[in-house]
Every structure is written in structure tokens, then in C-alpha cells.
Design a protein around this ligand. Structure first.
Ligand code: C2E
Ligand code: MG
Ligand code: MG
Length: 687
């Protein structure tokens, strides 16, 4: 072909819509059609003159034709003009194409080659896809099982073997029932089977069985594959082993729902279980009961023997309670030493009382922990569904109200809730709120009652007694609010206020030049803790009051905190220079043994015995015994509640040191008490 012919050829080519290119025998491009431009993205100017190799996807493609000289020529001679090749577009995209070569002859001589491309993306992708899919199935973490239309397993992947323990050879030919655990009902299995037979695809959790017999939860998707005619050819199941997930969930559930110390359900789970049971009970008209249990003196055991002993005790108590109950009863630990039993199905109210008795009896034998044999008692409050309430929260609250009442009544018993208790409890909450308000609103006052010396009739001391100046109810005596303050803990703030107020008053008297006798304040057992001495010292210091101006009246009730704890605190207070009086003596333990250990300076004979003297033989005997005891221990003796001169005479003859009572003066406001002292009144001693 002359150059002329060649050039003409190329011009014709230019307009062809098919992707056709022309090249010389050395492989350099001489023609480039519009179609070629469309396919490869290069313009004729960009392409013509370059070696055809620049269209190849990579160097290896040199072999597949269109290469430099020889291969193309060889192929033409071998009579195989069409072949599949990989090429690269200007955009970089690689594609497969069928390449047809034809030679242009000039006489016998081949002068040029024409190459026509037709893109074959489809078939290539399908093959690659198949390879890719196979690889994904092989490498997948998920177990895959493929069954034929007859539900025979035809293929499984390595993950299937890893999860189930069955090798491919063992699984193939079997039905998917190979993994059947037997835990699902017929209904459930029917739904799964329907999906395998071409129903809607199914996704869910199935419990499977491994080759070693172990059951395992799996998350499964089931579907089918169909041929062109829509017939099901295969079903498949893709699953993952979620036992680790389930175990984690279970651990989380236990953490959220169980008490870690005893392993018993906690309050959260209790609420849930009772809630569910109540829904059921509403349908069946059943009765249920909640028993709130609180151990007595647990805090003391914990404090004195240590937390390990305390923890072990709680574990053992939990165990004994659990053993007393039936399987369907719920036992929860809801707080430090609080347990709740839910009897979800009792025939009648009274049955829960029997259970309460059994529970109390179960913890009666001592608990042996380390070297200790610990005696524990408890109180139980019971609320009953549907008699007392219909919802969990109210039932729990009422059981608690009954428990509090049982604790007040005495150790070791149980009580059923009653509306009366609720009224009391509500009253208590109301008063608690009012008391807190009273503290802030400065409605509290201290009144002072003189203590009179029997030697000279002089006022030698006073007792500060709290009063509540209620805006509506007027002057409220402490008997009606101190017990509630103690129960609710308000007594701590209130007690601090009393010490503060007494010190402030003493300072005011000092500043006004009045020579006032020491003031005694009453302390509640709850105030008597390790920080008390420091608190008192700080207050005394703040008002510049010397400790011998202040006395503290305590009662034997603080012995419940344990003598080994309270005696060091007493010693500390005495070492600071404060006098300690033992109030209400004769009504508590009144044990000589303790009396000898207590660093007490003063004994106060309780009014209960003073009332009976000199008429009641018994009271006289007790008063005499107390005075004798006090004298031997060199303690000062004060009799309180003295109302008559007959009482006074009797007590003076017994050898009492001081008297206090209405005979001389009731408790009065500070100013009145001050003028009483200033006038040096000899109160009622001699007519
Ligand atoms: P208490 O410490 O034994 O106080 C003596 C009580 O007997 C006072 O009652 C007093 O007013 C009363 N009393 C005095 N002389 C007579 C009398 O001749 N006849 C009769 N019938 N009663 C007399 P009050 O003030 O009602 O206090 C009652 C109790 O409240 C006190 O008994 C004390 O245990 C407690 N209390 C009072 N103030 C405080 C306080 O500031 N803190 C604490 N923790 N308890 C306090
Ligand atoms: Mg007192
Ligand atoms: Mg008293």
C-alpha cells in the first residue's frame, strides 16, 4: 500500500462509529476511528503515531495480540483473528474486549493491520463475581449452609465446620436437621421451614446443636435461590455463633439485676419480677405478699468485727433465708442488711405470716464466721396484694412501713401492714419536714430549769431543754418531736444547734456580767459518735466558753452503740474538762458494771422513782439503792421531777446532792432564768 492508500484508509476510518484502529506492521497507530475515540477516550491526534502497546492494561498483555509485530502476525497466520484482551482507557479504567484483527494487503503483501474492539464487560464481571463470591463464602466468619431443593445439604463453608464441629463431608448429604437442638416448638420450626421452601426470607435466632452435643445460640438468615423459571434450586442459611454475645449479655444482666455479694436478685430485678407477677395475679385473682426483712444490730457487727465478717454474715443469712423458701418465691437483697421476699402466689394473707415465722426461725441459730458465733435477729414487715395495694411501689413502701413499726415494737418480730401504720408513717414524714423547717426558720428555743443544791438552797446549775415555738401550735414540748427527730436523723442537726445555742447563751451571760452556773445539755445516743468531742471543742472555742461551764446529759441508751466504742468518747470529753451526767438513771440497763467503767460525774435519778417517794415502798428502795451506788462511786446525785416538799425531804435525807423539779421552777426562758439567779432566789427550800 502506498502512503497515499494508507492515508485514505485512515481518513475513512476517522468517521467510523465502530471502535476500529489501524496500525502498521511495527505496531504504530496509523488510524483511529470516532468509535475508538469514544471507547478509549483518546482523540485521533493523541493516539496516531503512538505504539499500540500504550492501550494495553499491563505488560503481560503483550502476549494476547496487538503486541509488537510478531504476535499479531503469528495470530493472523494461525487463523485466529478474534481474541479476548484487556485494555486500558484514557480514564484509567480497565476493560475486557474482543479484539478482531484483519490484515490489509497490497497485492500479496500485508501492509497494515486493522483492529476492531468490542467491549465485553458482562461476561467478565460474571466470572469474576463467581470467583469473588466463592472466596467470600470460603473466608466468611459466618457459617454458610446450602441445601438443594430436596433439603439435602450440598455445600458448607469452613466457618460452618468451625462453629458446628461437622466437617464438610459429614454435613453434605444430610438435612439441616443435623443441627437441630430440640428446644424449639413445632410452630417455630414450621416458620423456619417455610422460609427454606421459598416463603419470605427469615431472620432470627435459633438454638443449634454442635457435633459435641453442646447447644449454641445462632443468629440466622434463611433464603432461597431460584433458576430463570422461578423454581427453587437451593436454600441457604447464613448464621453466626452468638454464644459469646449471649454470655456477655447474661453477665451484664447479672450485673444489673443481681447483688454481687450474695448473688441474689437486687431491687431492680425484684421490681421487675413482682411487676410481672402482679400482672399475672390480676388475671388469676391470686394473692401475693411482700416481706421486708431487716437485720438487727448488723451495723454494730460490721463496725466491730470488720466488713469481711459482715459480708460473710450477709451471704450466710441470704443462704438460710433462701433455703427456707420455695423455688418460686423470690428473695432479693435490696440494701445493706435489707432483704425482701416476694411470695407470688399465697392462698391467703395468713400464710405469709407463717413464712415470716419460718424465716425468723431460720436465722436464729448462731452464724459461725471465723472464730465468732454471731447471733442475729431480724424484723419483718408484710404487705399483701391485693388487700393493701395493687402496685409494686406501694406494696414495697407498705412492707417497709410495717417493718419500721415492727422495729419500734421490739426485736425479732413480724407485723402486717395496716393503714394505721401508714398514717403514723405519713405523720412522721410530715413532722420531719416541719422539723427541718423549724431549724432553718429559728423556731427552736432553749428553756432552762434550775438545779438546786440541797446543802444551801442555791441554784448551782441548769438543764437546757429544747422547745419548739410552732407558729400555729405554740410551745411544743420535746416529748412529741425528739423521738421523730431521732428516728429520722434530724436529731443530728438539732443536737448541734442545742450545743451551739447553749454556748451562745453562756457567752451572752458572761458578756453581761451575770455569774451563771453551768448549763447541762441533753445528748441523743445518735449524736454520740467519734466526731462529737471535736465538734464540742470547736463550738466552745468559737464562743470562748471554758469547758467547765458546759455539762452533757447522756442516757444508757447509747450503750447500744457498744461500750467499747462509747467509753473512749466519754473519756475524751471528760479529758476536755466537760462533766458527764447519766440521765434517767434506773430506767435502762442500770448495770453497776457499766457504771463503774463510765467516767460519769453525776447520776440523775429518773422522775419515775421520784414520783413514788416517800409513799411507794419499791420506789423508795430503788431511790435508796441508787443513792448508795452513787455515793460509793463518788458521784454527785441529782433527783429530777421533784414536785412536793415531801419528796424533797425524803431525797435530802437519803443524801441527794441536788434537786430539780416543778417544786422549784419549771423550765423557763433564758432571761427569766437569769433574773432568777441574779435575785439569788432560794427556791422553795425553806418556807
Ligand atoms: P430529761 O432530760 O429527763 O428532762 C427532764 C424532763 O422532765 C423535762 O421535760 C422537764 O421539763 C421535765 N420536768 C422537770 N421537772 C419536772 C417536774 O417536777 N414534773 C414533771 N412532770 N416534769 C418535770 P421536757 O423538757 O419535756 O423534756 C423531755 C425530754 O426530752 C428530756 O428528758 C430529754 O430526754 C429530751 N430533751 C429535751 N431537750 C432535749 C435536747 O435538747 N436534746 C435531746 N437530745 N433531748 C432533749
Ligand atoms: Mg436531761
Ligand atoms: Mg431525765
Amino acid at each position: 500500500m502506498s502512503d497515499d492508500t494508507a492515508q485514505r484508509c485512515c481518513r475513512i476510518l476517522e468517521h467510523l462509529r465502530e471502535p476500529v484502529i489501524a496500525l502498521d506492521l511495527a505496531g504504530f497507530l496509523t488510524g483511529w476511528s470516532k468509535g475508538a475515540q469514544a471507547l478509549f477516550g483518546y482523540t485521533a491526534e493523541e493516539a496516531i503515531g503512538r505504539h499500540v502497546l500504550f492501550l494495553n492494561a499491563d505488560e503481560r498483555d503483550e502476549r494476547d495480540g496487538g503486541g509488537r509485530g510478531a504476535p499479531a502476525g503469528d495470530m493472523l497466520e494461525a487463523g485466529s483473528p478474534a481474541l479476548e484482551v484487556t485494555r486500558r482507557k484514557k480514564s484509567g479504567e480497565v476493560f475486557r474486549a474482543v479484539l478482531s484483527l484483519s490484515a490489509i494487503h497490497d497485492g500479496d503483501r500485508t501492509v497494515a493491520l486493522l483492529a476492531q474492539f468490542s467491549e465485553v464487560p458482562e461476561r467478565f464481571e460474571a466470572e469474576e463475581k463467581l470467583r469473588l463470591h466463592a472466596r467470600i463464602i470460603e473466608d466468611s466468619d459466618q457459617g454458610i449452609l446450602i441445601a438443594d431443593a430436596g433439603e439435602r445439604i450440598v455445600s458448607v463453608n469452613p466457618a460452618f465446620t468451625r462453629i458446628t464441629g461437622y466437617a464438610a463431608e459429614e454435613a453434605v448429604g444430610q438435612t439441616p436437621d443435623l443441627l437441630r437442638s430440640g428446644v424449639h416448638d413445632a410452630d417455630f420450626r414450621a416458620r423456619v421451614h417455610a422460609a427454606m421452601r421459598g416463603g419470605a426470607p427469615w431472620h432470627g435466632e435459633i438454638v443449634g446443636k454442635r457435633k459435641n452435643g453442646e447447644l449454641f445460640p445462632q443468629s440466622v438468615s434463611i433464603g432461597v435461590a431460584r433458576d430463570e423459571a422461578g423454581r427453587i434450586t437451593h436454600s441457604f442459611s447464613i448464621f453466626s455463633d452468638i454464644s459469646v454475645l449471649r454470655e456477655t449479655e447474661e453477665r451484664m444482666r447479672r450485673l444489673v439485676n443481681c447483688d454481687s455479694l450474695t448473688g441474689l436478685p437486687n431491687r431492680t430485678l425484684l421490681n421487675q419480677l413482682v411487676g410481672q407477677a402482679l400482672i399475672a395475679a390480676r388475671r388469676t385473682n391470686d394473692h401475693g405478699a411482700l416481706l421486708a426483712i431487716d437485720l438487727n444490730r448488723f451495723a454494730a457487727i460490721n463496725d466491730s468485727l470488720g466488713h469481711e465478717v459482715g459480708d460473710e454474715l450477709l451471704r450466710q443469712v441470704g443462704q438460710r433465708l433462701r433455703e427456707t423458701l420455695r423455688d418460686e418465691d423470690v428473695l432479693a437483697r435490696t440494701g445493706g442488711d435489707e432483704f425482701v421476699v416476694a411470695l407470688l402466689d399465697i392462698g391467703q394473707r395468713e400464710h405469709s405470716g407463717i413464712v415470716a415465722q419460718n424465716l425468723l426461725a431460720a436465722i436464729q441459730p448462731p452464724f459461725v464466721i471465723e472464730t465468732h458465733a454471731l447471733h442475729v435477729s431480724a424484723n419483718i414487715g408484710i404487705s399483701v396484694y391485693p388487700d393493701d395495694a395493687l402496685d409494686t411501689a406501694s406494696l414495697l413502701r407498705f412492707a417497709d412501713v410495717a417493718l419500721k413499726r415492727a422495729q419500734e415494737v421490739g426485736a425479732g418480730g413480724y407485723l402486717f401492714y395496716s393503714p394505721e401504720m401508714n398514717r403514723r408513717a405519713k405523720e412522721r414524714w410530715r413532722v420531719e419536714g416541719e422539723l427541718r423547717h423549724a431549724l432553718v426558720a429559728r423556731e427552736l428555743r432553749l428553756y432552762y430549769q434550775p438545779k438546786v443544791s440541797l446543802r444551801n438552797g442555791r441554784i448551782v446549775g441548769s438543764e437546757a431543754l429544747i422547745r419548739w415555738l410552732h407558729p400555729e401550735r405554740g410551745l411544743v414540748p420535746p416529748g412529741s418531736f425528739i423521738p421523730i427527730a431521732e428516728e429520722t436523723g434530724v436529731i443530728l442537726d438539732m443536737g448541734n444547734w442545742v450545743i451551739e445555742e447553749a454556748c451562745r447563751q453562756i457567752r451572752a451571760w458572761i458578756n453581761s456580767g451575770a455569774a451563771m452556773p453551768p448549763v447541762a445539755v441533753n445528748l441523743s445516743a445518735r449524736q454520740f459518735d467519734g466526731q462529737l468531742p471535736e465538734r464540742v471543742r470547736a463550738t466552745l472555742e468559737r464562743y470562748g466558753v471554758s469547758p467547765d461551764r458546759l455539762k452533757l446529759e447522756i442516757t444508757e441508751s447509747l450503750l447500744v452503740r457498744g461500750p467499747e466504742k462509747v467509753i473512749p468518747i466519754m473519756n475524751e470529753l471528760v479529758a476536755m474538762g466537760l462533766g458527764l451526767s447519766l440521765d434517767d438513771f434506773g430506767t435502762g440497763y442500770s448495770s453497776l458494771a457499766y457504771l463503774k467503767k463510765f467516767p460519769i460525774t453525776t447520776l440523775k435519778i429518773d422522775r419515775a422513782f421520784v414520783i413514788g417517794v416517800p409513799g411507794e415502798e419499791n420506789d423508795c428502795a430503788i431511790a435508796r439503792a441508787i443513792v448508795t451506788m452513787g455515793q460509793q462511786l463518788r458521784q454527785e446525785i441529782v433527783a429530777e421531777g421533784v414536785e412536793t416538799s415531801a419528796q424533797m425531804t425524803f431525797l435530802r435525807d437519803l443524801g441527794c446532792d441536788q434537786l430539780q423539779g416543778y417544786l422549784f421552777s419549771p423550765p423557763v426562758p433564758a432571761a427569766e432564768f437569769e433574773s432568777m439567779v441574779r435575785e439569788k432566789r432560794r427556791l422553795g427550800l425553806d418556807p
